[in-house]
Each structure stands twice: as structure tokens, then as C-alpha cells.
Design a binder for this molecule. Structure first.
Ligand code: MN
Length: 204
């Protein structure tokens, strides 16, 4: 099985001016594609050849850093595209209730997620995730590390804080990118992830 480059779920300019078409084109067509190409090159002719990306992530974690990082980045980027929405969305129903129970308010959650994304040292990802107890939390992972592949947290949303996610638009000003991303979070996707109760599956 060949791992697919998941298409963007919206037009390249759909998030502009928050995130420009130039950034989205480079990010998806160059960065995401490069991770996909590297995984496919690495697994061709190996037992991983027929496996979905989640199985490759789980199998390579701790044993093959190069394959793990590329595979995790394939998944993380697919999840990130879906974590952003062109039109503003708001949490409702069970998700809104879980946010209020866990953070007190949506504003408090956005403040904590924004601070985690802005403050992350180096490359990585800021996440909203649900614990096994149903409580929501903000967390971060470094470099290619991911919440996919069998951990205890169910990822609901992510913000990419690698420089390639914002440098074209914002140069060194990560907080401006984070603020823009916070206004485009796909709460409907977060609600789907929460309702499913297990991690999103990257499309084959
Ligand atoms: Mn990225």
C-alpha cells in the first residue's frame, strides 16, 4: 500500500489572510509531500509496505527514528489540515460542555492552547486532546512526535508550530500566526474526534 498525500480539504487560499495561499501551497505540496515520499521510499519492499500510517508509526516508535519522524509527520499534517476551517466555527453540545468542565470557558482554553503554541521551544505541535477520563487538556509534542499511534490521549485539534507553518507569512512572529490559527480552529472536527473516542485515522 502506498501512503497517500492527503489533499487539502479546502482551497489553498481558503484560510487567507490568516494563512496565505503561498504558505499553504509550500506547506502541503512541499513539506507534507516530502514526508509522504520519504515514508513510501522507506517502506517499499519491507513488511511495512502494506500497513496504514498508524501501524507504521506504532511499529517504528522507539526503534527507527527516521521512519517514525517521517510517518508521524505524515499523520500530523493530515490532522492539522482538518484542524483548521476557512469559516469561523464554535464548539457546541458535548464538546462545549467538555470545554467548560475542563477549562472553565472557551476563552480560557484558547488562551492556554495559544500560550502552549507560542511558548513551544523549537519545532513541534500544540494539541487539544481528550484523556481516557474524558477530561480535555492542552499538550505539546516536539519535532515529529505525535499523539497518533496508540497513546492514551485522543487528539482533538492541533496547531503546527514548525517555522515552515508561518515563516513565509509572519517571519519570526509566531504569536501572530498562532492568534490567526486560533480564530480558524475546526471545532466541528474536534467534536467528531471527541465523539469517536479514538484517534482520527489518516485517509488511505
Ligand atoms: Mn508542518
Amino acid at each position: 500500500m502506498t501512503i497517500a498525500l492527503m489533499p487539502l480539504p479546502y482551497a489553498y487560499d481558503a484560510l487567507a489572510p490568516a494563512i496565505s495561499a503561498d504558505t499553504m501551497t509550500t506547506h502541503h505540496d512541499k513539506h507534507h509531500k516530502a514526508y509522504v515520499d520519504k515514508v513510501n521510499a522507506a517502506v517499499t519492499g519491507t513488511p511495512h509496505d502494506a500497513e496504514p500510517i498508524e501501524a507504521i508509526i506504532a511499529a517504528s516508535r522507539g526503534s527507527d527514528a527516521k521512519l517514525f519522524n517521517n510517518a508521524a509527520q505524515v499523520w500530523n499534517h493530515g490532522f492539522y489540515w482538518l484542524s483548521l476551517a476557512p469559516a469561523p466555527q464554535s464548539p457546541s453540545g458535548d464538546l462545549a460542555a467538555a470545554i467548560d468542565a475542563s477549562f472553565g470557558s472557551l476563552d480560557a482554553l484558547k488562551k492556554e492552547l495559544g500560550a502552549k503554541a507560542e511558548g513551544h521551544f523549537g519545532s513541534g505541535w500544540a494539541w487539544l486532546a481528550a484523556g481516557a477520563d474524558g477530561k480535555l487538556q492542552v499538550t505539546e509534542t516536539h519535532d515529529g512526535e505525535t499523539l497518533a499511534g496508540g497513546g492514551t490521549l485522543n487528539p482533538l485539534l492541533t496547531i503546527d508550530v514548525w517555522e515552515h507553518a508561518y515563516y513565509i507569512d509572519r517571519k519570526n512572529e509566531r504569536p501572530k500566526y498562532v492568534a490567526a490559527a486560533l480564530d480558524h480552529l475546526a471545532w466541528d472536527f474536534a467534536a467528531e474526534n471527541l465523539a469517536r473516542g479514538s484517534a482520527w485515522i489518516y485517509p488511505a
